[in-house]
Design a binder for this molecule. Structure first.
Ligand code: DX5
Ligand code: ZN
Length: 216
């Protein structure tokens, strides 16, 4: 399994100083960035897309884990890869055929993940698990940071971990010092964190408290 890691999510950061934020996060120990791309259609919120991904690409060599909260993700996969995405995760709720979408994205030479919201059952992704590199189990409804952790994610993680010991698992939403431990115990590898980093006064302290909880 992958070494456990905390991934800061760029949604609640200071978008007026992205370059500075990235270097502060790197200095705080971050090694991978989670980018929350929202289109105002699949989710009732809008954030950013290829220009920002491309801008980040120019200022960091950290892997960019791009969370596509958009409709028709296959349509934007190539531009996102060309902008510099290293990993593309799309929502099962946004596509007709998960395996087909995953295959289209994989053809671009990037790792592909599939995300499911709290009320979406594992049954929706079971047919495609052989075609994807990661499952992103949402512990909040995609669209906003700062929401309350939904423990249904823990049950999904436990089920996936017990059935697929080598599957890369990521959790996203409401991850903080009290929820990261249970998520790790449920078998999660990657922990996306927004408010529990960006709403604190020290990224380094926040990263340390969180990372200490998942140390292998
Ligand atoms: C929500 C995003 C999450 C969010 C996490 O749609 O996918 O990555 O930024 O923020 P917190 O950690 O505050 O729930
Ligand atoms: Zn996210």
């Amino acid at each position: 399994n992958a070494a456990p890691a905390v991934l800061p999510s760029l949604l609640l950061c200071d978008f007026g100083d992205l370059k500075g934020e990235v270097s502060r996060l790197r200095d705080a120990g971050a090694e991978v960035l989670h980018l929350d791309v929202m289109d105002g259609h699949f989710v009732p919120n809008m954030t950013y897309a290829m220009p920002i991904v491309e801008g980040l690409r120019r200022h960091t060599d950290m892997p960019l884990d791009v969370h596509l909260m958009i409709s028709d993700p296959a349509k934007y996969a190539r531009p996102m890869v060309e902008a510099g995405a290293d990993m593309l995760t799309f929502h099962v709720e946004a596509v007709r055929d998960v395996a087909e979408t995953a295959a289209q994205i994989r053809e671009l030479g990037v790792n592909v993940g599939v995300a499911l919201n709290p009320e979406t059952s594992l049954a929706s992704i079971r047919p495609c698990l052989a075609d994807i590199d990661m499952v992103l189990v949402m512990s909040v409804e995609a669209g906003f940071g700062g929401q309350k952790f939904n423990p249904v994610a823990l049950e999904k993680l436990q089920t996936l971990r017990s059935e697929f010991p080598d599957l890369l698992l990521e959790i996203d939403g409401g991850i903080d010092p009290t929820t990261i431990g249970p998520a790790r115990a449920a078998g999660c590898d990657l922990f996306v964190v927004g408010s529990a980093i960006f709403k604190t006064d020290s990224y380094a302290d926040a990263m340390k408290v969180l990372s200490d909880q998942i140390a292998a």
